[in-house]
Structure formats: C-alpha cells, structure tokens
Ligand binder design. Structure first.
Ligand SMILES: CC(C)(COP(=O)(O)OP(=O)(O)OC[C@H]1O[C@@H](n2cnc3c(N)ncnc32)[C@H](O)[C@@H]1OP(=O)(O)O)[C@@H](O)C(=O)NCCC(=O)NCCS
Length: 437
C-alpha cells in the first residue's frame, strides 16, 4: 500500500465513528430552515451538504482542510527552484488532511507517474472529434470513454463490502488524476498545434510535466502549479462539486463522475466564465483600437455591457462577499511577472471601476472579482490565446477536490442523494398558510 493510501485508510478508520455518532445520536437535530426564495432560487445558502475537504467562508474565502490558500502556498513543499508548491502536495492534503513533507510528495509523484499512460483509444476518441468542437466537450468525452477501465465497477460487480467501496474508488481516482494532464495537453496540441504531441517527461513533477507537454517554457510550470492548486476545491455546493457528489451518490464510477462534473463546469455562469472574461476583454480591446482606455471610457464599456442585459464576467459570486483570495494570489503573480502586459492593465483598471458600478446598479450581492477575472489573462500572457481551452485547465484542478470528496463520500457511507420537490401550487398554499402536510 502506498504511503498516501495507508494514511488515508487510517484517517477513514478514525473518522467513521464521528459520522456514525452524528447520525445515530443526533440525526433529528435541526440545522437550517428553508424558505420559498431558497427553493425557487437555486438553494442558495441552504445548509444541506457535508464535506471536510474544504470550507468556503463568505468573507475569508476558501480553506482547504482548514488552511487558507496563502497559508498553503507558504507551507506546502515546492520543487527545487520553483515559486509555487507541488500539485502532488495538494493531492496529499485534500485526501488526508495533513500537510505533506518531501517524502509524501515524492510518494504521490511516484503514484501519479505509474498511472499516467493513456490507453490508445483515448487518443483515437480525441482525434475523431471535429476540430471546431469545444475542448470541454472533447475533455468530458475522453474521460467518459475510460469508464471501462474502472476498478470500482469491476469490484462492485464482483461483490464487495460497502465498507471497502472507498478502496477501488481511490484507485480509480488516482488513475484518473494522473491521466487528466495528459488528456488536457493532448487536446491542446491536437486542436491548436497541428496535433504534434509532446511525450511526457517522467522525471518532472505534475506542474513541470504539464508545461512540458503543452510546449511552454518556464515559468509556465509555476503557472500550472498555482492554477491547479487554486482551482482544486470550493466546498460542496458549487455546480461542479455538487454534480460530482450527486452523480457519485449513485455509485457511478469516478470516470462517469468527473465527466459529469466537467459538463457542469462548462457553463458560462461557472467555469466557462474564465473564457468569457477574455472574450469580453477582446471586445474592449477592439473597441479601443488597442489603446488603453481612460477610466471614464472603461466605465462606459461596463455600463454598456450591463445595459445590454449581460453580466460582467469574472465578477460576483454565489457565496463570496469580498474579493476572491484566488483572484488576489493571481494578481500578485501578474504584478511580479508582467505588470506592463496590456491585458493585465485592463484587468487592474476594471478592478477599480466594476465594483462601484455593480454597487450602483444594486443587483449583484457581491460586486467583487472572482478568480475567473484574472486566470485567463495569465494563460494569454504565456501564449495560450485559444481561450476556449481555459476551462479545461480549471477542470484538471477541480477534479482533485472532487476525487477526494468521492473517496470520502464512499468511506463514510453517504447515501444516494434525493431531495424532495414540490409543485408551484403547493408552494402557493404554503405561502398562504394553507398547506397541511
Ligand atoms: C457567479 C454568479 C452566477 C452568482 O450568481 P447569483 O448567486 O445568482 O448572484 P446574485 O445573487 O448576486 O445575483 C443577483 C442579481 O445580480 C446579478 N449579477 C450578479 N453578478 C453579476 C455580474 N457579475 N454582472 C452583472 N450582474 C450580476 C444577477 O444576474 C442577478 O440579477 P437578476 O436579479 O436580474 O437575476 C453571478 O455573480 C454571475 O453571473 N457572475 C458572472 C459570471 C462569473 O463570473 N461566474 C464565475 C463564478 S466563480
């Protein structure tokens, strides 16, 4: 058993009694009430999910396993000479809850390395797509195709105790996490670089290897580490994480789960917002004929977008009520590496004008930027100008958190998800105080 799996096993064993006790002794304790506005309004803020992988505080932002992102960027081990920590370290942390040392990170790197090779048919499936397909559709399908590899499915159909579900799920999760960078990089090279694949370098860490397979020089390895780490999880209620949990609750295998969550991530109100930001900035650039706008011209552009009934991409959030710390981490990186990049200058100017405009408009509950406002311009700076591709990068990162969640869901025996729905008439009766149920 690998070090990661052994530690995970011990953690699961010591955690199970806590969940069992809550269910057995406190199962009837009321946690929250639900209003009609929440039922119609997408269950905002309804406390109805449990996860220990991460927690999102509206004011503070995300904590992974109790640590803020700035804390993690400081504590996690990093490759020699690198600015950003190992992605392997965040895998260890999210699965076990412990900050890894160099030994643990090396162990995860070995595990990833052993499992990264793609079956031949995955390349064939990717090659079979028309080149004008959206990379997220290709990405989701490539993952889905590998469902036939699932170790969990084989074990399940062969007969396995519920208490052991987590084990083959863990194997599937690690197998898939190791393969996602290979799939993502191949899709990129196939769609935009004439199909010239660059083979993996097993001597590199995940971030270094991804940059290598993309064919992009340093510091793109650090960009990849930062990017995958900040996208890895955002508690359970966002669409990709919730989709992962929901689909996983039927005991679908990890490939089916991650393909499904990728489809949720591909919507413009969720992960696709990072490509929308770039599209919007390009519109601005065209309108300004390449010159830097004045703050007044920028205000007009923002108002024109709002007045045409569109949202400002990269701003607002369903939970956060302040500037996303993931935005700030990336902003710091931009300030350090390319403060004079025109797109960064636009982005920073927007940071000055958009919040006050959204406040003046008075609709958005959170007028501040989220991570998507900044992530695409970093990719653009390092040569990935094909912004359709950005959400694939988000998906590779997000899969880490969702895989950790699915393994723990199975370890703690969380059941099939099945909320109850009502009809509009029933809600009307409840509103009038007539409902008797
Ligand atoms: C993220 C988002 C989907 C959250 O949605 P939400 O929880 O419904 O947000 P709110 O409760 O603040 O929405 C209230 C109103 O403000 C509007 N609003 C929210 N963010 C806005 C934005 N960035 N620009 C313009 N209007 C916005 C909503 O469209 C809604 O309008 P409506 O009452 O006419 O339907 C939303 O802020 C948004 O669309 N942002 C832009 C896309 C984006 O950046 N997505 C990535 C999120 S990480």
């Amino acid at each position: 058993m690998s070090n990661l799996k052994q530690v995970l096993y011990e953690k699961i064993m010591s955690w199970r009694p806590r969940t069992e006790k809550l269910l057995k002794e406190y199962g009837d304790v009321v946690v929250d009430k639900v209003t009609i506005a929440q039922i119609i309004g997408g269950m905002r803020d309804l406390k109805s999910l449990v996860t220990d992988i991460s927690y999102l505080d509206p004011m503070e932002g995300i904590r992974y396993r109790g640590y803020t992102l700035p804390e993690l960027f400081e504590k996690l081990p990093r490759p020699k000479g690198a600015e950003m920590p190992y992605i392997e370290g965040i895998i260890y942390l999210l699965f076990t809850g412990d900050i890894p040392g160099q030994r643990e990170v090396t162990d995860v790197a070995d595990e990833i390395n052993k499992r990264r090779i793609l079956p031949r048919y995955v390349y064939e499936v990717i090659d079979a797509f028309p080149t004008y397909s959206h990379p997220m559709a290709i990405f989701s399908t490539a993952i889905l195709t590998m469902s036939r590899e699932s170790f969990f499915s084989k074990k399940y159909h062969g007969g396995i105790s519920k208490l052991d579900y987590w084990d083959p799920t863990y194997e599937d999760a690690l197998n898939l996490l190791a393969k996602l960078p290979e799939i993502g990089a191949y899709i990129y090279r196939k769609l935009y670089k004439g199909g010239q694949r660059i083979l993996s370098n097993p001597n590199l860490d995940m971030g270094g290897n991804f940059a290598h397979m993309m064919g992009i020089d340093k510091p793109y390895d650090d960009v990849t580490r930062m990017n995958l780490i900040i996208h890895a999880d955002h508690e359970s209620g966002n669409v990709s994480a919730h989709t992962g949990h929901l689909v996983g609750s039927t005991l679908s295998d990890v490939y089916l789960v991650i393909s499904a969550m990728i489809n949720g991530l591909a919507g413009p109100l969720h992960g696709l917002a990072n490509q929308e930001v770039l599209r919007w900035l390009q519109d601005l650039n065209e309108r300004m004929d390449g010159k830097i706008p004045t703050l007044e011209e920028l205000r007009q552009f923002v108002w024109d977008t709002l007045n045409s009934g569109q949202v400002i991409p990269g701003y607002g959030h369903a939970v956060l009520r302040k500037t996303d710390p993931r935005y700030l981490i990336q902003r710091e990186f931009c300030l350090k590496h390319f403060p004079d990049d025109p797109l960064f200058i636009y982005t920073d100017m927007l940071f000055k004008v958009v919040p006050e405009i959204l406040m003046e408009q008075g609709k958005a509950k959170n007028p501040w930027p989220n991570l998507d406002a900044q992530s695409g311009i970093i990719q653009w700076h390092y040569g990935i100008t094909e912004y359709d591709f950005y959400t694939v990068l988000f998906g590779i990162g997000r899969a880490i958190g969702i895989c950790a969640n699915i393994v723990w869901d199975r370890a703690l025996g969380y059941p099939l998800e099945r909320p109850k729905s009502l009809t509009t008439e029933m809600l009307e009766k409840i509103a009038m105080g007539e409902h008797t149920d």
